[in-house]
Write a protein that binds this ligand. Structure first.
Ligand code: F6P
Length: 547
C-alpha cells in the first residue's frame, strides 16, 4: 500500500483542516441547531457525544473516505476471523474470541479456538468457586482471604484497573493486591500487610520469562517457605500460574494442575479477558467476570457490524486521527469522572502507546506522519486541581475524553450531582472559553481600578475552542466496563489499521531490557565500568561508590 499521506483522501483532509481552522467549535454550534443529535450516538446504556470537536459533516465524510481508502472494513474482519495480522510475530490477534460469549466458532488455522477457551473458563470457574466456598484452603486449612497478582504490563495493568473499577462487586471476602515493580519496595510493602496462611499468589506472565515477574515470584516463594511452609509441596496451595509457557511454570515449582493457560494469539495488553483476569474473577466472582466478557462481546458486535457513521470505536479513532495528523495535537487526555476508573488512564497508556507507538509501516518504511499521541489523565475532579490549568490556558490544545456514570454506586448527599456538574462544566468551559470582553465585564463588576483591570485582564481570558468527547453511561457495571474497554481496544485497532502499522508487537521495549541484562553483572564488585558512553559509565560508577 502506498504511504497514506499520498492518498487523495489524506490530501483532501489536509485542505479541509485549513478551512476548519478558520472557525471555532462554538461557532459550529451556532450554525447547526441539530449538532448534538448529529454528532452523538446511543448504544445500550451509553451515550457518546462527539459534537464538541472541530468537525463538520464534511470532516466526517472525508475521514470515512480515508478509512475506506485504507481498507478498514476488510482489516476489521481480518482480525475477527483470525488472520495473522500481527505479521512481525506471525500471530493471529484473537482477544475478541476470549469474550465471544455468543459462542459462534472462531477458526484459526482451520481449527475452532472456542472449545479451548470454554475449557479454561470452566477451569477458572471451578477454581474460583472452590476458593469462595472454602473448599480450597491454604496449607494450614484456612480460607483464602488475600490474592496477590504478580505480573507486569498487560499481566498487571488490566486486572489491577478492573479490580479497582469493580470494587462494588467484591462480595466474596477476597482482597486483591498487585505487585509489578522490580523495586523491592513494591513486594516488601505488600508482604507486610498479608498473612501467608490465607494468601494465594497468582504468577501472571504470558512468557513466564519476564525478569520483574520471575524475580518477584521467587521472592514471594522464599518468603512463603520461610514464613509457614513445612514442605515444598505446600506451595501448591498458595501459588498458581497464568501463562502460555507450561515448561517454565513447572520449572518454577507450580503444579501444572494449578496452571491456567492462554495462547500466543492473545497479546499481553489484550489479555485481561483470558485467565490473566483470574484476580478479577476471584474478587468479583465468575458470574461478574463473565458479565464483563459479555459487555465486551456486545461492543465487538457493534464494532464489527455497524456502518462507520454509527460505529463508536471507528468514530473515536477517526477523530483521534483528525486531531493527531491534521490538527497537530500530540497528546490525548482521558479523564474519568468516576473514582472507580482512576486507573483507567494507566491501563490505556499501555493499550494505546505500546500498540501504536510505532514509526515503521507494514511495508517496512518509516511513516511520514505522527502515530500514537501521548495518552495520559487522571480522575476528575482531582485532575481539575492539578493539570487542568494547562488544558484551559496553556499553549497546547489537548483533546480530552470525559467519562461519567449517570448513576453512582455511592449516591450519598450531593456528591454525585456536584461531580457531574463539574463534568458538564469542564467540557463546556474548554470549548467556550472566556473572551476578553466577558473577562473585562467580570472584572468591572469587581470595582477594580483601570490599572488593576488592565493588569489582570490577559490572565483572565480563556481561549476556548478546546475539543472533547463525552461518554455518559448508566452505571459502572461489569458489562459496562467490558464494553468501555473493548471500545478503547477497537479505537486503537482502527488507528493502527489506518496508519498501516502493526499494533500488536512491541519490539521497542526490548533494547532497554537487553542493556539492563548486560549492565547487571557490571554492578557486581568494585571495578570501574568503562564499557559505555561517559554519562552511563559515570552514573554506574557513582552508584557503585555510593551504594
Ligand atoms: O515489556 C513488554 C511486555 O512484553 C508487555 O507487552 C507485556 O504485557 C509485559 O511485557 C509482560 O509480559 P509477560 O506477561 O510475558 O510477563
Amino acid at each position: 500500500m502506498k504511504q497514506i499521506t499520498k492518498l487523495l483522501s489524506w490530501k483532501k483532509l489536509k485542505e479541509h483542516s485549513a478551512d476548519i481552522s478558520k472557525t471555532t467549535i462554538a461557532e459550529l454550534f451556532v450554525h447547526d441547531s441539530k449538532r448534538f443529535e448529529r454528532f452523538s450516538i446511543h448504544l445500550g446504556d451509553m451515550l457518546f457525544d462527539y459534537s464538541k470537536n472541530p468537525i463538520t459533516k464534511d470532516t466526517i465524510r472525508l475521514l470515512h473516505n480515508l478509512a475506506e481508502d485504507c481498507d478498514l472494513m476488510r482489516k476489521i474482519e481480518s482480525m475477527f476471523i483470525g488472520d495473522k495480522i500481527n505479521f512481525t510475530e506471525k500471530r493471529a490477534v484473537l482477544h475478541t474470541a476470549l469474550r465471544n460469549t455468543k459462542g459462534k466458532p472462531v477458526k484459526m488455522d482451520g481449527r475452532d479456538v472456542m472449545p479451548q477457551i470454554r475449557a479454561v473458563l470452566t477451569h477458572m470457574r471451578h477454581f474460583v468457586e472452590s476458593v469462595h466456598s472454602g473448599e480450597w484452603t491454604g496449607c494450614s486449612g484456612k480460607k483464602i482471604t488475600d490474592v496477590v497478582n504478580i505480573g507486569i504490563g498487560g499481566s498487571d495493568l488490566g486486572p489491577a484497573m478492573v479490580c479497582s473499577a469493580l470494587e462494588p462487586y467484591s462480595n466474596f471476602g477476597i482482597k486483591t493486591h498487585f505487585i509489578s515493580n522490580i523495586d523491592g519496595t513494591h513486594i516488601t510493602e505488600t508482604l507486610k500487610i498479608i498473612n501467608p496462611e490465607t494468601t494465594l499468589f497468582i504468577i501472571s506472565s504470558k512468557t513466564f520469562t519476564t525478569q520483574e515477574t520471575i524475580t518477584n515470584a521467587n521472592t514471594a516463594k522464599q518468603w512463603f517457605l520461610k514464613k509457614i511452609a513445612k514442605h515444598e509441596k505446600d506451595i501448591a496451595k498458595h501459588f498458581i500460574a497464568i501463562s502460555t509457557n507450561e515448561k517454565a511454570v513447572k520449572k518454577f515449582g507450580i503444579d501444572p494442575r494449578n496452571m491456567f493457560v492462554f495462547w500466543d494469539w492473545v497479546g499481553g495488553r489484550y489479555s485481561l479477558w483470558s485467565a490473566i483476569g483470574m484476580s478479577v474473577a476471584l474478587q468479583i466472582g465468575m458470574d461478574n467476570f463473565e458479565a464483563m466478557l459479555h459487555g465486551a462481546c456486545e461492543m465487538d458486535t457493534h464494532f464489527r457490524n455497524e456502518p462507520f457513521e454509527k460505529n463508536i470505536p471507528v468514530i473515536m479513532a477517526l477523530l483521534g486521527i483528525w486531531h493527531t495528523n491534521f490538527l497537530g495535537k500530540c497528546s490525548h487526555a482521558v479523564i474519568p469522572y468516576d473514582q472507580y476508573l482512576f486507573k483507567l488512564p494507566d491501563y490505556l497508556q499501555q493499550l494505546d502507546m505500546e500498540s501504536n507507538g510505532k514509526r515503521v509501516n507494514a511495508d517496512g518504511e518509516q511513516v511520514s506522519h505522527s502515530t500514537s499521541p501521548v495518552i495520559w489523565g487522571n480522575a476528575g475532579t482531582n485532575a481539575q486541581h492539578s493539570f487542568f490549568q494547562l488544558m484551559h490556558q496553556g499553549t497546547q490544545v489537548i483533546p480530552v475524553d470525559f467519562l461519567a456514570a449517570t448513576q453512582s454506586h455511592n449516591d450519598i448527599g450531593e456528591h454525585h450531582k456536584i461531580l457531574l456538574s463539574n463534568y458538564f462544566a469542564q467540557t463546556e468551559a474548554l470549548m467556550m472559553g472566556k473572551s476578553e470582553s466577558e473577562a473585562r465585564e467580570e472584572l468591572e463588576e469587581q470595582g477594580l481600578s483601570a490599572e488593576e483591570l488592565d493588569t489582570l485582564l490577559p490572565h483572565k481570558v480563556f481561549p476556548g475552542n478546546r475539543p472533547s468527547n463525552s461518554f455518559l453511561y448508566k452505571k459502572l457495571t461489569p458489562a459496562m466496563l467490558g464494553a468501555i474497554l473493548a471500545m478503547y481496544e477497537h479505537k486503537v485497532f482502527v488507528q493502527g489499521a489506518i496508519w498501516n502499522i502493526n499494533s500488536f508487537d512491541q519490539w521497542g521495549v526490548e533494547l532497554g531490557k537487553q542493556l539492563a541484562k548486560q549492565i547487571l553483572p557490571e554492578l557486581e564488585g568494585k571495578s570501574t565500568v568503562t564499557t559505555h558512553d561517559s554519562s552511563t559509565n559515570g552514573l554506574i560508577n557513582y552508584y557503585k561508590k555510593n551504594r
